[in-house]
Design a protein around this ligand. Structure first.
Ligand SMILES: Nc1ncnc2c1ncn2[C@@H]1O[C@H](COP(=O)(O)OP(=O)(O)OP(=O)(O)O)[C@@H](O)[C@H]1O
Ligand SMILES: [Mg+2]
Length: 270
């Protein structure tokens, strides 16, 4: 089975700051995993270890059977695509088309194959009408979709999405949910960092919570949200419905409106 493995991994930035300490995590290509946790917990640092942008200071990161220490970031990018938290850190071409075509050209795909793939990725992200636009002149929400298409286009085995829902409207969130189904069908593994707990509860079976350089919990959304100490330590919020349910004393593991309604009905009947 294909997997990304973090084996006792620590990471220290060149200025000496220790951002990840002794992380142990295995993500298989068949999984979609959400990483949650307070600002500065070390989430982005950790996912950059998964695509070779960061190389561990201690421990080993394996992508399938490759030790990332022995490969360049460009070599790893074929297997693990990373969509940056801030699209402006990723975008550098003058048109949306060129931005999405950059990696296929870098890997020397033919012009025809490049165009076919760019069109396909643009269709998945529903941004075909923007292909001729300057990426700096389109709305932030669309720009973020461009950066996803620019990774999708080489069909990596895993995709890492760093805060994809940040700043997205409802349409953007629906589109991201469709993207997750598409990636599931295509058997592309997904690791998503997000602060949006509704998005987590609605879409992810596995949630990894981080706090202060460490992974502090790894389980289903229900397990994570039902643990008060994890919520507190990782400074995440329950879903809106989860918070209401807890306030009303209807349980601490409610995730969505349906579950809240069911719990309220049970209470009324009892
Ligand atoms: N290049 C760097 N040099 C030194 N320290 C850094 C660097 N980048 C990040 N850090 C520090 O490492 C810690 C973890 O940062 P990281 O970006 O991984 O957190 P995060 O969990 O992704 O936070 P957020 O939710 O705000 O994106 C923070 O304290 C941050 O200030
Ligand atoms: Mg981050």
């Amino acid at each position: 089975m294909k997997q990304i493995i973090l084996d006792h991994v620590s990471f220290r930035y060149p200025n000496g700051f220790l951002a990840n300490e002794d992380l142990n995590l295995t993500v298989s290509q068949e999984e979609q995993v959400a990483i949650v946790g307070q600002n500065g917990a070390g989430k982005t640092t950790a996912v950059k270890l998964m695509n070779g942008l960061n190389k561990p200071t201690e421990g080993t990161v394996f992508i399938n059977d490759m030790d990332t220490k022995n490969y360049t970031t460009a070599q790893i990018a074929k297997f693990v695509g990373y969509v940056f938290q801030n699209p402006d850190d990723q975008i550098f071409n003058q048109t949306v088309y060129d931005e999405i075509a950059y990696m296929p050209k870098y890997y020397k795909y033919t012009e025809k194959e490049t165009k076919r793939r760019v069109d396909e990725a643009a269709d998945v992200m529903q941004i075909r009408e923007y292909l001729k636009s300057n990426p700096y002149e389109i709305p932030y929400t669309i720009r973020k979709l461009v950066t996803i298409a620019a990774i999708l286009v080489v069909r990596p085995e895993y995709i890492i999405l760093d805060e994809p829902t940040a700043g997205q409207d409802l349409r953007g969130i629906r589109l991201l949910e469709e993207l997750l189904s598409y990636l599931r069908e295509q058997k592309i593994g997904v690791v998503t960092i997000t602060h949006d707990m509704e998005f987590v509860a609605d879409n992810f079976r596995r949630v990894v919570a981080m706090a202060n350089k460490h992974i502090i919990a790894d389980g289903s959304a229900r397990e994570i949200f039902s643990r008060d100490e994890v919520i507190k330590e990782s400074k995440i919020k329950r879903t809106e419905m989860g918070m209401v349910a807890k306030e009303l004393g209807l349980g601490n593991d409610i995730l969505n409106p349906k579950e809240l309604a069911d719990a309220a009905e049970r209470r009324l009947r009892s």
